[in-house]
Design a protein around this ligand. Structure first.
Ligand code: ZN
Length: 228
């Protein structure tokens, strides 16, 4: 590689003193981003909804280019920022006023487990794998599905859980790999088994398909109480 190629690799088409300008541009854009996010009214970004992600992407691309492209000015970026943050605030305001609008923009919370039963239809609608969901439950100290009364996936993607009281805990599908991976289409001893696909519990003594979801792998149900 000769010198000329190396120079264009490092500096592009710009002269060395443009680097100083990049420094200044970056500081200005950094301040823009900070001000924009502070005026958006959002307090943190632990969980972003799709709508908020759109805003972040919009701001991000408007902020990046003026930092290092000489032919991109600061003012157009500033206008993008004002428009995007203005839209965000307007839509957030409208979502608070009109529920159908909120559901259109943000989606709505869906039941994954209702009264101890998997809500398969909602589960299929969500792009959430069973593995991810089980991991989420384990993080919340759930050992088997019989401990969970309701699970709801919020629009932010986080999962809210309600538990059965100790005396209401039902036999359920074990979620820890050691037991869960013993799932099998064979039934080794008669008794309460949980469907490995949907968590439906049946008293069975020989191989059969689940009456709820028609899959045929079973795991021995367990009834341990929830300890945190
Ligand atoms: Zn099933």
């Amino acid at each position: 590689m000769d010198n000329i190629e190396l120079e264009s690799l490092l500096l592009g088409d710009e002269p060395v003193d443009f680097l100083l300008e990049v420094l200044l541009r970056s500081v200005i854009m950094f301040c823009f981003i900070l001000i924009a996010l502070r005026t958006s009214g959002k307090r943190g970004i632990k969980q972003l909804s799709i709508f908020e992600l759109v805003i972040i992407i919009g701001l991000g691309s408007a902020a990046g280019d003026p930092m290092f492209y000489k032919d991109v000015g600061i003012v157009p970026a500033l206008i993008v920022f004002i428009v995007v943050v203005g839209l965000y605030r307007t839509v957030t305001w409208a979502s608070g006023k009109f529920l159908p609008f909120e559901q259109l923009i943000e989606g709505k919370p869906l039941y994954l487990i209702r009264n101890g039963k998997f809500s398969i239809e909602d589960f299929d609608k969500e792009d959430l794998s069973q593995d991810e969901f089980f991991a989420e439950l384990r993080i919340n100290h759930v050992e088997h599905l019989g401990q969970v009364r309701n699970a709801i996936i919020e629009t932010s993607g986080s999962i809210s859980l309600l538990f059965f009281d100790d005396k209401e805990v039902q036999p359920g599908l074990p979620l820890y790999p050691d037991l869960y991976h013993k799932k099998s289409i064979e039934i080794h001893k008669p008794g309460l088994h949980a469907c490995a696909h949907c968590g439906n519990v049946e008293d069975i003594s020989k191989p059969k398909t689940c009456t709820v979801c028609k899959h045929n792998e079973w795991v021995l149900a367990i009834t341990t109480l929830r300890r945190t």
